[in-house]
Design a protein around this ligand. Structure first.
Ligand code: R5P
Length: 288
């Protein structure tokens, strides 16, 4: 298979190429003097060879690059195009929370599915966004990758909000530990309030906090402080995607024993490799 990576597609793209023994396609991405993005696929692509296009759509430019790569590949009449966004940006605005709002997730899904047969992403904020894609959607879970890193090291798995209880349950079952969630109330983009929901003791325990995303870090810092006060022995964090706005990685690392994310977004905290799980999903999509 042929693999196309854009500016935010590596190192996951390169790992996937190695695992699947694919061919990395030569791509030129540059900017015109006015800042507009230019993309060209340099190699000739054969219509019968599936093409996998990989980019973490962490910002607006990355979204555009991905759309341009899909368009360029389509122009070779490739029959099977699989789009992979290890982290799918704009996924949080997945419905109208207030009248008049744009549903960003829907707009981006439409932009990135023209000519695409399968779309693969690692744990979007909510599976709900699947309905916006006009192709098959495959969601890769980070649970097994988290399990591999924390096997035999944890007593209790905690989700910092009710929405993440499914993730905590999956990881807890793999680790063979109890799991629970906290009550979170968002006060502003930067501030949250948090409280316990049950009487599970944290005292003397090694706790793993799991979440889909770290942005400002407010959620993880509040959860860690609460758990620490309750007497936890160790606090580890495993988040799927690390955006780390405003140096929040540093702020979190001061209050926890270890801070870990998968490598869907590359940061100093990307210690949980996810490529092998994405590669499995690609193999299934190619065969489907
Ligand atoms: C919210 O529902 C998500 O699961 C994350 O907890 C949230 O997006 C994290 O944001 P922040 O790091 O800014 O608190």
């Amino acid at each position: 298979m042929n693999i196309v990576t854009c500016s935010y597609g590596n190192p996951v793209g390169e790992h996937i190429r190695e695992i699947l023994n694919g061919n990395m396609v030569n791509v030129i991405i540059k900017k015109f003097p006015d800042g507009e993005i230019y993309l060209r696929i340099v190699d000739e692509l054969k219509p019968d060879v599936p093409v996998i296009i990989i980019n973490t759509t962490i910002n607006t430019e990355a979204v555009l690059e991905m759309a341009f790569a899909i368009d360029a590949v389509k122009r070779f009449h490739v029959k099977k195009i699989i789009a992979v966004t290890p982290y799918f940006g704009y996924g949080r605005q997945d419905k109208q929370f207030l009248p008049g709002e744009a549903i960003s997730a829907s707009v981006i899904a439409r932009m990135l599915t023209d000519g695409v047969s399968d779309f693969i992403m690692v744990e979007p904020h909510s599976d709900y966004i699947k309905k916006y894609f006009d192709c098959k959607v495959h969601i890769v879970s980070a649970a097994s990758a988290i399990f591999e890193k924390f096997k035999d090291k944890i007593d209790l798995v905690v989700s910092p909000d009710k929405g993440g209880i499914g993730r905590a349950a999956t990881v807890g079952k793999l680790l063979n530990t109890q799991y629970t969630y906290l009550n979170k109330k968002r006060i502003s983009s930067y501030e949250v309030a948090m409280e316990f929901t049950d009487n599970i003791s944290m005292n003397g325990k090694k706790i793993l906090i799991v979440d889909d995303l770290v942005s400002t870090g407010g959620t993880i810092i509040k959860a860690s402080e609460l758990i620490k006060k309750a007497g936890a022995l160790e606090i580890h964090v495993a988040c799927t995607h690390g955006l780390f706005i405003d140096n929040s990685g540093y702020k979190i690392s001061r209050v926890v024993d270890s801070l870990n994310t998968t490598d869907t977004v590359q940061t100093p905290y990307s210690t949980i490799p996810i490529s092998k799980y994405i590669a499995r999903s690609i193999e299934k999509a190619v065969d489907s």
